[in-house]
Design a protein around this ligand. Structure first.
Ligand code: 5GP
Length: 193
């Protein structure tokens, strides 16, 4: 599970990670508008509010959050199926969702969980990155900067924190964490004697 304030470069990082087969990216549901270049079912499942609420009430979401006035949520069934089959799943979710995942009583989730926070260098740099991306209005950028401040306060709840520098550096650190997590004794299923 990875969280970072919007604009940190987390989506780019996750896109790189998705190109390797060892982590299955969990495609979230959202009610926010689709951005140019995004694909339904690849970046998100873009849903109406009514459809999202229906799925939420039916218990189909592992966690949900209201981020900048839009719903976001992780579809439950697929994640649990992958974990049951021994495949690692990557969740790219906000701090509210992260709290719910940490509190999850699902045995498979508890066993699999490793959480990483990506810390932007500072709010000024975050603003520059968001402006450079050019996908949000000035008002949306202001909202995201304000939210980032609150999100950054949560970093200590995560087992790992990556201080964001270049994409390459962040990716190396990210992969090192995943690799080390796989060697945790409790994750190994060895049968001796
Ligand atoms: P964006 O709209 O820029 O794609 O994402 C905005 C924020 O929503 C990001 O912090 C992202 O991690 C978060 N987010 C994306 N999917 C989910 C999800 O399924 N659950 C939660 N709680 N947050 C999500």
């Amino acid at each position: 599970m990875v969280s970072a304030p919007s604009g940190t470069g987390k989506t780019t990082l996750c896109t790189h990670v998705r190109q390797t087969p060892d982590l299955i990216y969990s495609v979230s549901c959202t009610t926010r508008a689709i951005r140019p270049g995004e694909k339904d079912g690849v970046d998100y499942f873009f849903l109406s509010r009514a459809e999202f609420e229906k799925r939420m009430k039916a218990g189909q979401m592992l966690e949900t959050a209201d981020v900048y006035g839009e719903y976001y949520g992780t579809p439950k069934e697929l994640v649990l199926e992958h974990l049951a089959a021994g495949r690692d799943v990557l969740l790219d979710i906000d701090v509210q969702g992260a709290r719910q995942i940490r509190a999850s009583q699902e045995v498979k989730i508890k066993a699999a969980l490793a959480d990483i926070f990506i810390m932007p260098p500072d709010l000024g740099e975050l603003k520059r990155r968001l402006e450079g991306r050019g996908t949000e209005s000035a008002k949306q950028i202001a909202t995201r900067i304000e939210a980032a401040d609150g999100e950054m306060a949560d970093w200590k709840s995560y087992r790992y924190t990556i201080l964001s520098s270049s994409m390459e550096e962040d990716l190396i650190k990210f992969r090192a964490i995943i690799r080390a997590e796989r060697y945790l004794s409790r994750r190994l299923d060895l049968h001796h004697g």
